[in-house]
Design a protein around this ligand. Structure first.
Ligand code: ACO
Length: 390
């Protein structure tokens, strides 16, 4: 645990429980992550994003009827109001996609109001509103990310299709072509892998916002803002920029020595909780291998650099428990699927919305507003001095 003073303050709240939750569990020594008890490896291999989202939100594996109804509700709610498209059209096209996404998600509550149907501590809360908003927000996320991609390129957004899975429809809306089944399956697994991860920074932001009984679209907007930073979701695009800078496999060892000597961070490495390689990084690497096979060995040269960096970093960083995290290989996969680098974090947000909303739903049944204390280190009370005396 980090240094703790007499008042119990721990920087970064490291090791401090801030909530009770039944949603996910991680063991950072064993490299285990489960959603509602189901290991992430099994879910990534055998489940779908729709099913994983259901499990997170509702706690159990769905039966056939439940999954069919949930998936069909998500399909039916993919379209967003044309006014949202108009909001996007007024945003600067070179703006950050996370900011565009946050803006549009924040606006959703104005089109789908009903916050007054929630009540403190969940007593008499309108469960229909809760379920409707979960569907509306989750279904809209992929549409919003793809719409922004089209609009900033100067194209009209493509209408979502209702005959495709969540992952297929997202790829279709991004690329305007029928999704390749192997690529769609890989995207689906990526969405499963990123959907939830206990009480990380963005989930905590969601919980804080939700604890005031703010509407769920603003809960998700708060979390999106928090995910945007490079120490959290924004790391994966920096991994690719870093691999570009390294230049070649031969340069990796020298680059790493220099970087560590300068006390600079290695993007995509390290995690507050994992002291071994992040289990999601292993699965993402397997997915990269699958894609490589599907493409007859053709995959980005950056992949070889990444593997060499992992090999060299092990010697320097593993004694500190620093290993590749989820962001190390995800960007390589997304780039191979034709996704621009600054859209990697918005895709992370699409997926993590399932987890954020699961936490929101869990919390509002026994809500208490977050209001921590602080350790005041400022002045004792002192008298105001008028400008003429300063
Ligand atoms: N590269 C080099 N050294 C590192 C790295 C890294 N990526 N991560 C941690 N360390 C070192 C620190 O310098 C520190 O060394 P010291 O004890 O000699 O001072 C030690 O390991 C402990 O690191 P902390 O910063 O205290 O760990 P913390 O839990 O606070 O931070 C974090 C975790 C923010 C993820 C950190 O590892 C980091 O900055 N990683 C790079 C950014 C990144 O990849 N973020 C994505 C995380 S996954 C996610 O959010 C989805």
């Amino acid at each position: 645990m980090d240094k703790q003073d007499n008042n119990g303050y721990v920087p970064g709240l490291k090791g401090i429980p801030a909530a009770e939750s039944k949603i996910s569990f991680l063991d950072g020594q064993a490299g285990l992550l489960t959603y509602r008890g189901y290991p992430i490896v099994e879910l990534a291999q055998q489940s779908t994003f729709e099913e994983a989202a259901w499990v997170l939100i509702n706690g159990e594996l769905p039966n056939t009827d439940e999954l069919t109804r949930f998936a069909s509700d998500l399909r039916a709610n993919r379209r967003v109001k044309y006014n949202v498209r108009d909001i996007m059209k007024f945003l600067p096209i070179d703006g950050d996609p996370m900011e565009a996404l946050q803006t549009c998600v924040a606006s959703l509550g104005m089109f789908y109001p009903g916050q007054e149907r929630m009540t403190a501590n969940g007593v008499n809360a309108d469960s229909e509103f809760v379920e409707q908003m979960i569907i509306k927000i989750l279904a809209s996320m992929a549409t919003l990310v793809a719409m922004w991609e089209r609009i900033r390129r100067g194209d009209d957004p493509i209408l979502p299709r209702t005959d495709l899975t969540y992952a297929e429809n997202f790829l279709y809306m991004m690329n305007e072509r029928e999704p390749d089944p192997v690529e769609a399956r890989i995207m689906d697994a990526c969405l499963v892998l990123h959907a939830e991860h206990t009480i990380n920074a963005s989930t905590f932001a969601a919980l804080v916002c939700g604890s005031t009984l703010a509407p769920p679209n603003l809960v998700v907007a708060s979390a999106i803002g928090t995910l945007a930073g490079p120490l959290h979701g924004g790391a994966n695009q920096r991994v690719l920029n870093m691999l570009d800078d390294i230049g070649s496999v031969e340069n990796v060892a020298g680059w790493l020595d220099q970087r560590l000597a300068n006390k600079q961070v290695i993007w995509g490495f390290g995690h507050r909780e994992y002291k071994v390689k992040d289990p999601r990084a292993n699965i993402l690497q397997d997915l990269l291998e699958q894609l490589r096979e599907h493409r007859h060995g053709q995959i980005s040269p950056l992949y070889e650099r990444a593997k060499e960096l992992e090999r060299c970093a092990e010697e320097h960083l593993s004694p500190k428990g620093i290993f590749p995290n989820v962001d190390f290989y995800s960007g390589l996969l997304y780039e191979a699927l034709g996704i621009p680098r600054d859209q990697f974090t918005p895709i992370f947000a699409i997926s993590r919305t399932a987890g954020w909303l699961a936490h929101w739903k869990e919390q509002i049944t026994h809500n208490r507003i977050f209001r921590p204390t602080q350790v005041y280190t400022g002045y004792e009370p002192r008298s105001y001095r008028p400008m003429s005396l300063r």
